[in-house]
Write a protein that binds this ligand. Structure first.
Ligand code: GLU
Length: 274
């Protein structure tokens, strides 16, 4: 009886430790729709809640990198680019202005937890060039050693046309593979992949997808959520490729309160690709 009680008590204590230990290192990607309100303004309340959760994971000893979109959105809210400015230049201006604002918000929010964050901007070319990739890896490793939270975004000022990632999901996948993390978490404004339109009450969330299973692409809805560049199709493509490289991918809703705590429960409320 006592042995049984002790066994249960041990199981109780070990359970969180086992799952926390499952993820010693993470890349967490947050999309523009998680960071902005429906009218396009930055959602400081949700950003703050995400930073609180990330800080809690850091306190558990998890090494993590944040891949954050939102620069273009943050800039769009600050300035009306002059009419007549061409589309590419407009995006460059908005991201250049918005990235500063975004990082200032992260700096303040992380400092509330006694944490420093750092800006890392990359283009697709940086992953193709061995020297650039090595420099980036060395920088990530040194930042993580110093307990700094790297906040990564595409360098939208120079990433134009062929230098552009499909979206930040692709960037997050490349960073995850470069750092060989234990998992990649992709947070968007939907719970994951559904077997029908997500807004339809009969549609069911697909909880588990095998790495390399392309058949699930048939469930992808064409419609893209408002402000982000990617959609579920690229998320799934990146997720299956990253999972095939041995890194599980967890798709989830960045607006679900305390979603990152569920990494420890082992009961992810989204779609797991592995
Ligand atoms: N780099 C863009 C930004 O910060 C976002 C790209 C994407 O939506 O994936 O606004």
């Amino acid at each position: 009886m006592i042995a049984h009680f002790l066994a249960r008590k041990w199981a109780f204590f070990l359970f969180p430790i086992i799952f926390a230990a499952m993820y010693n290192s993470l890349v967490i990607k947050v999309g523009t729709n998680v960071l902005t309100r429906p009218d396009g303004r930055l959602d400081i309340t949700n950003i703050s809640h995400l930073v609180d959760q990330i800080a809690a994971l850091k306190a558990e000893g998890v090494n993590l990198v944040l891949v954050s979109s939102g620069a273009v959105g943050a800039g769009r809210e600050l300035l009306q680019v002059r009419t007549g400015t061409e589309e590419v230049a407009r995006r460059q201006v908005q991201s250049a202005v918005g990235q500063v604002r975004l990082m200032e918000i992260y700096r303040q929010l992380f400092s509330n937890h006694g944490l420093l964050c750092a800006q890392v901007l990359a283009t697709k070319g940086d992953f193709r060039d061995d020297l650039h990739a090595d420099n980036m890896l060395n920088c990530f490793q040194a930042l993580l050693l110093d307990e700094v939270v790297p906040v990564v975004n595409e360098n939208d000022v120079v990433a134009v046309t062929e230098l552009m990632f499909t979206d930040n999901d692709e960037l997050a996948g490349l960073v995850s593979r470069m750092l060989k993390v234990d998992a990649l978490v992709i947070l968007s404004s939907v719970d994951g992949l559904f077997d029908g339109p997500p807004e339809n009450a009969e549609s069911k969330l697909i909880q588990r997808i095998e790495a390399g299973d392309e058949s699930v692409l048939s469930f992808v809805q064409e419609k893209k959520t408002s402000f982000g560049r990617g959609g579920m199709a690229t998320k799934l493509r990146i997720a299956t490729q990253t999972a095939a490289a041995g890194i599980p991918v967890l798709l989830g809703n960045g607006r679900t309160p305390n979603i990152l705590n569920e990494l420890i429960s082992g009961n992810w409320p989204g779609t797991t690709v592995k």
